[in-house]
Design a protein around this ligand. Structure first.
Ligand SMILES: Nc1ncnc2c1ncn2[C@@H]1O[C@H](COP(=O)(O)OP(=O)(O)O)[C@@H](O)[C@H]1O
Ligand SMILES: [Mg+2]
Length: 261
């Protein structure tokens, strides 16, 4: 879940797409790669990482790979076998970016770590920080594909140009295969009549985005069920399963499932 712009819905999308997938019976792991820890905080898992065995230790090469399996913390389990696990962040993550500059193969570290956990999960969703830094490069190197949350604002198009340039450079230098661009998620949309964005700017940016040739997987309206679920440490999939927000994330979950089958 990537976009170097902050406040566009990366964290809300990671939590709630993860919740939708887990409610549908999948084993899901969420990785909080943002030192600010909004995802860990929203799911009430900040400060639950074991001392000395946190994601920051992994990325800095300080943890014995034999202990990698200790990192995921379970948020919730569903009756149908669905699991929502989280690798929370810690304050040490703020030091990882600078600390990694002395390390070899620094962009490969998340990929190598997640490869050790991949058997345990059907989906791993990475919540990126709001920057095109070494942490985001780690995510773009580790991931099979990207989901891009966007807001319908004029600054969105330029932000996407920068993001695609970064993706191209990671593909050129760090990957053997191209990243799958699953699509965009239009988040916090104020909808008017006919379900279209209420404002002229919203409608015109939506049109410009449609012209990019990248699918828009879901349009998530602005609404309180997202923020209320967040406050309760829950996902909308279980907090407000009948809300239009939950439905939007189920639509996204179905697109990812289809890409698998
Ligand atoms: N559909 C939505 N309706 C209302 N508030 C939302 C919605 N999606 C996200 N938010 C809120 O907007 C803020 C920014 O979203 P967030 O997911 O944290 O963005 P990012 O991770 O890209 O910085 C958060 O407080 C979040 O709870
Ligand atoms: Mg975030």
């Amino acid at each position: 879940m990537v976009n170097q712009k902050g406040g566009v819905g990366k964290t809300a999308s990671t939590i709630n797409l993860g919740g939708a997938l887990a409610a549908r019976g999948h084993r899901v792991l969420l990785v909080d790669l943002d030192p600010q820890g909004h995802l860990s905080d929203a799911l009430k898992l900040l400060d639950t990482a074991t001392e000395g065995a946190a994601l920051a230790d992994v990325l800095l090469g300080k943890l014995d790979p034999a202990r990698f399996g200790e990192l995921p913390v379970t948020h919730s389990e569903a009756d149908n076998g669905g699991i929502l696990d989280v690798i929370p962040t810690t304050d040490e993550m703020f030091l990882v970016g600078p600390g990694m500059y002395q390390l070899k193969a620094r962009e490969m570290r998340l990929k190598r770590f997640l490869a050790e956990l991949a058997d345990r999960y059907d989906y791993i969703l990475i919540d990126c920080p709001p920057s095109l830094d070494v942490l985001t490069d780690n995510a773009l190197t580790a991931a099979d594909g990207v989901l891009i949350p966007v807001q319908l604002e004029d600054s969105t198009i330029r932000a996407l140009r920068l993001l695609f340039a970064q993706i191209e450079s990671v593909e050129a230098d760090l990957r053997t295969d191209p990243l799958v661009i699953h699509g965009m998620v239009a988040s916090m949309v104020d909808r008017g009549s006919g379900g279209l964005p209420r404002s002229n700017i919203g409608r015109s940016v939506l049109k410009a985005l449609e012209g990019l040739g990248i699918p828009i997987l879901a349009t998530v309206p602005r609404g309180v069920s997202i923020t209320e679920a967040w406050r309760e440490g829950d996902t909308v999939a279980t907090y407000a399963p009948d809300s239009e927000h939950a439905t939007a994330y189920v639509e996204m979950a179905k697109v990812l499932e289809k890409g698998r089958s």
